[in-house]
Design a protein around this ligand. Sequence first.
Ligand SMILES: *Cc1c(COP(=O)(O)O)cnc(C)c1O
Length: 452
Amino acid sequence: MFSGSDDEIPVNTVGKPDISRKKSAELYEKSKTYFPGGVNSPVRAFKSVHGTPLFIQKGDGCHIWDADGNQFIDFCASWGPLILGHNHPAVREKVVEVMQNGMSFGAPTALENQLAELILKNNRYIKKIRFTSSGTEAVMSAVRLARAYTKRDKILKFEGCYHGHLDALLVKAGSGLVTFGESSSAGIPKAFADETIVVPLNNRQAVDEAFAKFEGQIAAVIIEPIPANNGLLLQTKEFLEFLRESCSRNKSLLIFDEVISGFRVGFEGAAGFYDIKPDIITYGKIIGGGLPVGMYGSSEEIMTMISPDGPVYQAGTLSGNPVAMAAGIAQLTELSKAGFYKDLNNKTSEFAGSIQRFAASRNYKFNVFYIGSIFWFAFTDQEKISAAEEIDPSGMEKFKIMHRELLNRGIYFGPSGYEVGFISSVHSKVDLEKAKRAIFESLDLVFKLPKA
Ligand SMILES: *Cc1c(COP(=O)(O)O)cnc(C)c1O
């Protein structure tokens, strides 16, 4: 959609001068010779914002520093995992302690039990789990499990929900209510995409039609119960309950992909937040404390299908890696302390609320959507956006200007207007006030009003 060229961006003559990006630019020139697009995950490329990726040197608390020594207040949080901020002493110390004893054994360790206990003791919805090394792997395994358990092949997903890069789910919707999968990545066999049904979020009729059209064929409905990978497309509790009932009635499994929402909106994730029991839950991001971990879990009965108990094969050389488990144990221990989520969520609603009030006082077409400690800036006056097609793409040009102005004011956001931001427990009042000021100034520039 965006060229990535800066030609069409007005020079920010009224804004602050651009920060120095000399070292990052040099590193990027090199990295382009090693990696496609110079990056190891495409979301890191600055394709839809000004400039080239900043290479990060270190992080501490809510701050990160790039290779040029610029300091930022970070709202990307490694795309979600760092709910305690960077370099949290409890996480670092536990990791260092465990690392003294070796990095990996390919045999069970007590650490896996400890992390499992932390997760399961506080969760009403799942009884048994399996650790993987990424969210993608967790979802891929959950889908395989659902297919094996139901002896059906089709998966129903929602437009705008991201579930990792497994073939079956890298499919977006075309037009129409019920669309046969049209892959959004090259390299996915049509036969695979055909097993994926894509419908719009928040649309009961589309779900009903899919269940009618593919009666007895849908193994699972998968949803991000808090869709946060394409803006923040909050669903109503009623819609999620409707999915629960539809799945039960049609003997399909309901999968909550909570890789982003798990341990973010509360210790029991979105399932606990809405009090809805899915059949399978996937977690990732936060449970690894910044190291590579994913996990899927379900009832005793369904998990018994997994190898070596059952016929569904799923394995991993580094699954349950002790160092990653250590980071997860330390992080979840902090999260389980009384009042953790209340404080974090209050901080977020204050932050979002005050930005919202500022925009309203200036009559800007701008809304802050938020839940728990996730927020999203939407350049719109719509009070609710609950489906991908309701997002006005022209807002992304405004985000592009805003992103540059924010970097120049020491505030780091993920480099796309479709990405959400995260508040961590270490964003202090002072940090958030500083960020707010920068956001106000940037909004004034975006909407081109003279400063007050
Ligand atoms: C990040 C994410 C994934 C993929 O996890 P990776 O660890 O990047 O493979 C899957 N589902 C959701 C909802 C996510 O946010």
